[in-house]
Write a new protein. Structure first.
Length: 313
């Protein structure tokens, strides 16, 4: 039979993991019995609770459970890549352990690939029930901005939850960039993708690891990883201000020579200087973001470091 690898990144998910495993087993027995084999690959992303102990406990009673444990927290992007690297299935599903990615959708996703000639099936939320309104607002704004700036399309509400053929997985694995933004990488590799919509599901246990600040930094990561438009905007702003300054100088000279109007008003001048300085710092910041990404890439540090796996038992 064909094999499905289920990749699950875990960071302090001791409360959610038993519930996730139970639900996955229910779906496997109900929808995939005699159709496909499963393997569960749990990535322990430097958890500080009993996440690894629980994973090892699941491993003891179920040989389908595999795990990769990092030496420290490297982030969800690194964890997803490690799971893809470790997977051996003909199809690979990427999921969260908190059951916000409904396992019940897996059969529908599998059928779409098998029967409708799709290479991958992704999921997107049509509602953001349970999220703070301010976060939902900025999320929608982010997708509008990045789709204007980037050459590849980012689907609003898209989750990392998806099922992919091995060919798609191998294409993603081949992209070894250090600064990773998986939603963009999934779009970058292309392939024929179907989207399944569902209503947002709240976490079954535990707390979200994504604060507003982390989401903001993640958004910046996505923009700088898949668009150079901010650099163009910075250049255009600089050109516009040069033109405005040149025209203002000519106007002041004309007023002084023709009308005898003295150049006065140091408060307004001070405000203009501060404003222009702010624009310069903003532009330098944009350039700095791209330089920092280049700096991290050229150092060629590993994306993640593995401390132990089930193979070492």
């Amino acid at each position: 039979m064909e094999k499905i690898s289920v990749v699950v990144s875990c960071y302090n998910e001791e409360k959610a993991l038993p519930l996730f495993y139970e639900e996955m087993e229910r779906v496997r027995k109900q929808d995939f019995e005699n159709i496909a084999e499963f393997e569960y690959i749990f990535i322990n992303d430097g958890s500080k609770d009993k996440t690894l102990e629980i994973i090892k406990g699941l491993r003891e009673k179920d040989s389908k459970v595999r795990y990769v444990s990092f030496s420290r927290n490297f982030g969800k992007e690194a964890a997803m890549l490690a799971g893809l690297d470790a997977s051996v299935g003909d199809y690979v599903a990427v999921m969260d352990a908190d059951l916000q990615d409904p396992p019940a959708l897996l059969r529908q996703m599998y059928d779409a690939i098998k029967n409708e000639n799709y290479d991958a099936v992704g999921t997107r939320r049509v509602t953001r029930k349970g999220e703070p309104p301010i976060r939902s607002f900025f999320a929608r704004i982010f997708y509008k901005i990045i789709n204007k700036m980037s050459d590849i399309e980012m689907v609003d509400g898209a989750r990392d939850y998806r099922l992919m053929k091995r060919q798609v997985v191998d294409s993603i694995i081949s992209l070894r960039e250090y600064n990773r933004y998986s939603k963009g990488l999934f779009s970058f590799v292309g392939y024929n993708t179907k989207w399944i919509e569902y209503e947002n599901v709240e976490r079954v246990a535990g707390e979200t690891k994504w604060s507003f600040w982390k989401l903001f930094k993640y958004a910046i990561e996505g923009i700088t990883a898949f668009s150079t438009t901010p650099l163009i905007i910075s250049s255009v702003i600089g050109i516009v201000f040069c033109i405005v300054a040149f025209l203002a100088i000519i106007l002041i000279i004309i007023k002084t020579l023709v009308f005898g109007d003295p150049t006065s008003g140091w408060p307004s001048l001070a405000c203009i200087i501060v404003f222009v300085s702010g624009v310069q710092l903003f532009s330098i910041g944009i350039i700095g973001q791209y330089l920092s990404k280049t700096y991290l890439e050229v150092k060629k540090r590993p994306i993640y470091i593995i401390k132990e796996t089930e193979k070492e038992e």
